[in-house]
Ligand binder design. Structure first.
Ligand code: 5GP
Ligand code: ZN
Length: 111
């Protein structure tokens, strides 16, 4: 059995507030939101990070389309889509996820 937290969420073994899903991807609300709207978009299959996901360009493109749709729906005045990667990128869950942030003016640059 997988030890990956987001694989468990994708399988429905851990509950999440789902805002969109299809056969390939799942979008759900971050448990610790950093903005009024903070949604994570993941592939249902396991890829550790965006570098691994880039081996599947169709899936990567689909994930980006879904992230953009969620962003447009949740944050019509603008938003930010982020992939934290690795130690220096601040990634804490090693299943690739797009952070979709919005609902307020966002500071730039991040730390
Ligand atoms: P990272 O730090 O890897 O870029 O982002 C991981 C994100 O996953 C964090 O924003 C964190 O709040 C979120 N997260 C961690 N555990 C859970 C969980 O069990 N459920 C949900 N919905 N989000 C989680
Ligand atoms: Zn996983």
């Amino acid at each position: 059995m997988t030890e990956c937290l987001f694989c468990k969420i994708a399988a429905g073994d851990i509950p999440a507030t789902v805002v969109y899903q299809d056969e390939l991807v799942l979008a759900f609300r971050d448990i610790n939101p950093e903005a009024p709207s903070h949604v994570l978009v993941i592939p249902k299959d396991h890829f550790a990070n965006v570098e691994e996901l880039s081996a599947e360009p169709e899936l990567a493109g689909h994930l980006l389309v879904v992230a953009a749709d969620v962003a447009k729906t949740e944050s019509s005045q603008g938003h930010r889509i982020v992939f934290n990667t690795g130690e220096h990128g601040g990634q804490t869950v090693n299943h690739v996820h797009a952070h979709v942030l919005g609902g307020r003016p966002l500071q730039w640059p991040p730390g």
